[in-house]
Design a binder for this molecule. Structure first.
Ligand SMILES: C[S@@+](CC[C@H](N)C(=O)[O-])C[C@H]1O[C@@H](n2cnc3c(N)ncnc32)[C@H](O)[C@@H]1O
Length: 330
């Protein structure tokens, strides 16, 4: 499989050619721009990815605590996986793309437990110690600076939190075979991240484990998933059956990661002992949930039910159509 095909299989089969870095992204780290993309229709719906979706759901069900006070999905997109979080009192869907979140609002906006937040994970507007569970799927794949991202995510946890993180594995079986037979130049054993298409990265499991450790994340479990991403299998076996078979390889695939997708369950042993704030379901003004993404001051002051202000730098942030917007200060 060519690198470009792998890109299509793994992530960015979106019609709009928007996998360019967003030059306006703060913190000078490039961010992929899904604004206005057809990710749901062009990548998932009717695109033959029922198997991948089913596998990811099994992996998440295995790794995520099913209940809790507050869960956040970072890079939640249109909320594809949000039904897995319904055991939580509060569900935060966080994404850089307002249009993806607007899609999520259409599906989940009726449920007061959902909080929709537009922001850049490199300039995190969620306050430290606020999450019982954090989940990030198919996002690491787009991160140009993983250590900077993990440095923003780890402080969101407390000592009893769980973070489930997924990444694309550059040392997958297909890449190894292609390299051994000289059909591919780059070595899957080279620890450095591989940007095979602009803003699409695959990672070596050893490199990723080291970065997680550096960020203060302890890996408690690792699963290898999506071993059967092969048209011959996907076209001839029901997706759910294939996914169930794949799940039998999760454990061994975690020990010897040759699958294209790796899920890890992590904890933050050095984090604050308790959640800084307990989730209050349906709370009208979640000022306590946020910090200023510009100067990191917290808590923000509620100026009205849909309007927050930073007490330090005076920047203002608003909620409209259910989405709290921390991308650009008002
Ligand atoms: C491939 S989609 C995955 C969406 C969802 N997790 C899923 O599996 O269906 C990647 C998502 O990550 C978001 N994203 C990428 N970089 C981000 C950043 N720096 N901050 C916040 N979201 C980001 C994109 O906007 C996009 O919605």
């Amino acid at each position: 499989m060519s690198a470009n095909n792998m890109a299509a299989a793994n992530c960015t089969a979106i019609k709009k050619p928007n996998n360019q870095a967003d030059a306006t992204a703060p913190a000078s780290i490039p961010v992929i721009d899904y604004e206005g993309s057809g990710y749901r229709q062009d990548f998932w719906e009717g695109q033959g990815r029922e198997y991948e979706d089913a596998v990811e759901r099994i992996a998440l069900k295995r790794l995520l605590p099913p209940h809790g006070k507050r869960i956040a999905e970072i890079g939640a997109g249109f909320g594809r996986l949000a039904d897995l979080y319904l055991g939580y009192d509060q569900i935060v869907l966080f994404d850089y793309s307002r249009t993806m979140l607007a899609d999520a609002v259409r599906k989940w906006g009726h449920d007061p437990r959902f909080v929709f937040v537009a922001g850049n994970l490199y300039q995190m507007p969620l306050a430290p110690g606020t999450l019982d569970t954090l989940v990030m799927v198919r996002v690491m794949h787009h991160l140009a600076d993983v250590p900077a991202a993990l440095a923003q995510l780890q402080p969101l946890l407390h000592q009893r939190s769980t973070a489930v993180l997924e990444y694309a594995n550059k040392r997958n079986l297909k890449a190894v075979l292609r390299w051994l037979t000289r059909q591919q130049r780059w070595s899957p054993f080279d620890p450095q991240p591989l940007e095979f298409v602009s803003m699409n990265f695959d990672f070596h499991p050893g490199w990723m484990a080291a970065k997680m450790k550096d960020a203060g994340l302890r890996v408690d479990e690792r699963l290898g998933a999506s071993h059967f991403r092969l048209p011959a299998l996907k076209n001839n076996l029901p997706a759910r059956l294939l996914a169930r078979l794949d799940s039998r390889l999760f454990r061994i695939g975690g020990k010897f990661p040759l699958a294209p997708s790796i899920f890890v369950r992590t904890a933050a042993p050095a984090a604050a002992e308790r959640p800084q704030r307990e989730a209050r379901p349906g709370e009208a003004g979640p000022a306590h949930l946020f910090r200023c993404p510009s100067c990191t001051a917290q808590p923000l002051a509620a100026v009205g039910p849909t309007h927050l202000q930073c007490p330090s730098c005076a920047r203002q942030y608003r909620q409209s159509d259910r989405i709290w917007d921390f991308k650009l200060p008002v």
